[in-house]
Design a protein around this ligand. Structure first.
Ligand code: SAM
Length: 282
């Protein structure tokens, strides 16, 4: 789908089929995080309701725009590290988002062209972009799965058809677990994903922080919870650290995302309200 197809307030009429999945038309009058996030990143794949929700969030905490950019930069540095320094060749990126610069497969395949990437998201606009995502070079493979993170059995069984689970996989949960509330036991979801993978696999994760710019981010979460379909649960550093239980955190540990192996001190000082880290399964 080009950007024209998602501008405006009308309904998207076309169902899109990817990997045998058919989706019905969806309601564009309700804001969704994938499109709100796209707006913050300067994208055009969003509707009036998404833009209004995004602007209200900016009013609550103007640094949200720099924060999401810092998150994207973190994602790219993490993938470059995993593909380049660790030698990971398989990525399971859950909560893909609408394509932006430095998508996981682009970074991984620029380092190692044979890298295999499986994307997972449950947003219909992300699904509509899957064809754009499914463009690997001649050696790598990029696949897209329209599924819910909370259905780990389905995510794992489908991903197992595309990735070799006897070899290390990097599971990426970038800015997604805030949409899984405590009653849904996000820790068990992370554990189920890692349990299916061999030693030498990695978890890469970022999560909006309840304890960075606490007041402003609290207002931001409150606004988002009034405007978008997916509910938001901010977590503090200790709560985010628990997602890495049983894993070995690689240096520099769980830090504000721009402080994770920054390219420069200027980058490290960027405003950002997310904790981020990378852990190894031993
Ligand atoms: C804030 S965006 C982050 C995008 C990207 N991971 C990044 O860090 O730049 C969150 C993404 O997670 C997706 N998402 C939220 N809840 C989900 C769920 N339960 N299952 C699958 N995807 C989900 C949304 O549709 C959205 O694309």
């Amino acid at each position: 789908m080009g950007s024209e197809g998602t501008q405006g307030t009308g309904r998207v009429a076309d169902a899109v089929a990817v990997s045998g999945v058919e989706r019905a038309p969806f309601d564009t009058s309700v804001a969704h995080i994938a499109r709100v996030y796209d707006y913050w990143l300067g994208g055009k794949d969003n509707f009036a309701a998404d833009r209004a929700a995004a602007e209200q969030a900016i009013a609550a905490w103007p640094d949200i725009v720099l924060s999401v950019r810092a998150n994207r930069a973190f994602l790219a540095r993490v993938v470059r590290y995993l593909a380049g320094e660790v030698g990971i060749r398989q990525f399971l990126d859950i909560g893909t988002g609408i394509p932006a610069s430095n998508n996981t497969h682009e970074v991984a395949q620029s380092v190692a062209p044979e890298s295999r990437v499986v994307y997972v998201d449950n947003d219909p606009v992300v699904l509509a972009h899957a064809r754009a995502l499914l463009t690997s070079g001649p050696y790598g493979v990029t696949s897209y799965l329209d599924a819910d993170l909370r259905d780990t059995a389905r995510v794992l069984s489908a991903a197992a058809g595309m990735l070799d689970f006897s070899r290390p996989v990097a599971v990426m949960l970038m800015a997604i677990l805030q949409h899984v509330d405590n009653a849904e036991n996000p820790g068990a979801i992370v554990a189920a994903l890692l349990d299916a993978l061999p030693a030498g696999s990695y978890l890469a994760l970022s999560h909006p922080a309840a304890d960075i710019e606490a007041e402003a981010q609290g207002k931001l979460a409150e606004r988002l919870n009034q405007t978008i379909a997916e509910k938001v649960t901010m977590r503090d550093r200790a709560q985010v650290a628990r997602f890495f239980d049983g894993l070995e955190l690689v240096e520099p540990g769980l830090v504000r995302v721009p402080e994770w192996r920054p390219a420069s001190q200027v980058e490290a000082r960027s405003p950002a309200g997310l904790w981020g880290g990378v852990g190894r399964k031993n």
